[in-house]
Design a protein around this ligand. Structure first.
Ligand SMILES: Nc1nc2c(ncn2[C@@H]2O[C@H](COP(=O)(O)OP(=O)(O)OP(=O)(O)O)[C@@H](O)[C@H]2O)c(=O)[nH]1
Ligand SMILES: [Zn+2]
Length: 200
């Protein structure tokens, strides 16, 4: 749907690019810049494209992503480690970035999904205005809901630019969050998964 007053066809996958461009021009004016000087002339358009990508996860459906499963009879832990991610802190709209580790124990029927889908699932939730705790639990809850595994675990390790380049100014500080569901809450299973995640 076009935003009120916008010509249809100006959105990219649900994102209103002209509206972002107008807002970026306003920000440049507000900080005392000249948005018409040569170096900045294309900036609102570039930022609109960058934001359309940074927030593209708002327009993607995890149910659709996880609809493709294979029955291979594997009922043991499947874990993809070190999935790189870039997200945007919802408080300051600056990036936080790092890695996610995503694991699950398939359902008793052995339904698994493609490994790349786990990385795509991370992106669906990372490419939104986010906080790290919510990102972590959204990924694990989507796995539980759409893949119906016996258990799932997600660990996310990130540096937040809002803590490095501004504010408290502590570059290098890493935030680690975890979310564990189902059988992976069992201490022995959880510690096996955590040791595989942390050994890198
Ligand atoms: N729990 C959590 N906090 C976050 C995350 N990203 C940023 N924050 C924090 O959100 C808080 C926002 O605090 P405010 O006091 O409202 O904002 P602020 O004055 O800009 O805070 P400072 O960053 O301390 O300068 C800060 O403490 C950030 O470090 C996140 O993913 N999870
Ligand atoms: Zn922040």
């Amino acid at each position: 749907m076009a935003a009120q007053g916008q010509t249809p066809g100006h959105e990219t996958a649900g994102v209103d690019l002209p509206r972002i461009e107008a807002a970026v021009r306003e920000i440049l004016l507000a900080v005392g810049e000249d948005p018409d000087r040569e170096g900045l002339r294309e900036t609102p358009t570039r930022v609109a494209g960058a934001y359309a990508d940074a927030f593209s996860g708002l327009h993607e459906d995890p149910a659709e992503l996880l609809a493709t499963t294979f029955d291979i009879g594997h009922e043991e832990l499947v874990l993809v480690r070190d999935i790189s991610l870039y997200s945007m802190c919802e408080h300051h709209l600056v990036p936080f970035y790092g890695v996610a580790h995503v694991g699950y124990i398939p359902s008793a029927e052995g339904h698994v999904t493609g490994l790349s889908k786990l990385a795509r699932l991370v992106d669906i939730y990372a490419k939104r205005p986010q906080v790290q705790e919510q990102l972590t639990s959204q990924i694990v809850d989507a796995l539980m809901e759409h893949l119906a595994p016996q258990g799932a675990i997600v660990v996310v390790e990130c540096e937040h630019l809002c803590m490095s380049m501004r504010g408290v100014a502590k570059p290098g500080a890493k935030t680690i969050t975890s979310a564990v569901r189902g059988q992976l809450r069992d201490p022995a299973t959880r510690s096996e998964a955590m040791s595989l995640i942390m050994r890198g």
